[in-house]
Design a protein around this ligand. Structure first.
Ligand code: CUA
Length: 168
């Protein structure tokens, strides 16, 4: 169509309808995305997250009763860490270098925070909300860190040490 011609109003309505449809689709996708993230628990604990929420008062009835590193019969490694005012249990964790460890971390009382190793693992610990993830620490060494969410009068004493041991 030559540039000097103006669009008749039927054509304009068609364009308007098109843009309207696109925006409606976008709104629906946004809405669906929000719902999916709630159901999928990327918004932690919103629905009590059956799989990842445990009663912080009953940690002693879970694997967190004996925190630390555990080796499963198949050789896979699981580490359980509990944060409570004002210590981490355990406060020293030894892991072998280069092997994936499934970390399970939870707070017993208030929100704490912990960074592990060289800084690419950083977890916010929420009471009862179990954070589970896999991490591999490739560089042997001793990494000290400390609670990084203010949790009370003893916050600055909540130290943690990760010892990555070279394969023997
Ligand atoms: Cu625990 Cu700050």
């Amino acid at each position: 169509m030559p540039a000097h011609q103006t669009l008749d109003h039927h054509t304009i309505e068609k364009y308007e309808l098109g843009w309207l449809l696109i925006s409606v689709v976008l709104v629906i996708m946004l809405f669906a995305g929000v719902l999916l993230s709630m159901v999928g628990e990327t918004v932690p604990g919103l629905f009590g997250g059956k799989s990842s929420y445990i009663d912080p008062a009953k940690l002693n009835q879970t694997a967190f009763a004996a925190p630390g590193l555990k080796t499963a019969p198949d050789g896979s490694l699981d580490a359980y860490i509990v944060a409570r005012a004002f210590q981490f249990q355990p406060n020293v964790l030894r892991v072998p270098a280069g092997r994936p460890v499934t970390m399970h971390m939870v707070a017993a009382d208030v929100v704490h925070g912990l960074m592990l190793g060289q800084g690419n693992v950083n977890v916010e610990l929420i009471p009862g909300q179990v954070s589970t993830f896999r991490a591999t620490f490739n560089h042997p060494g001793t990494y000290t860190s400390q609670c990084h969410e203010y949790c009370g009068i003893g916050h600055q004493t909540m130290a943690f040490k990760l010892i990555v041991e070279a394969a023997k």
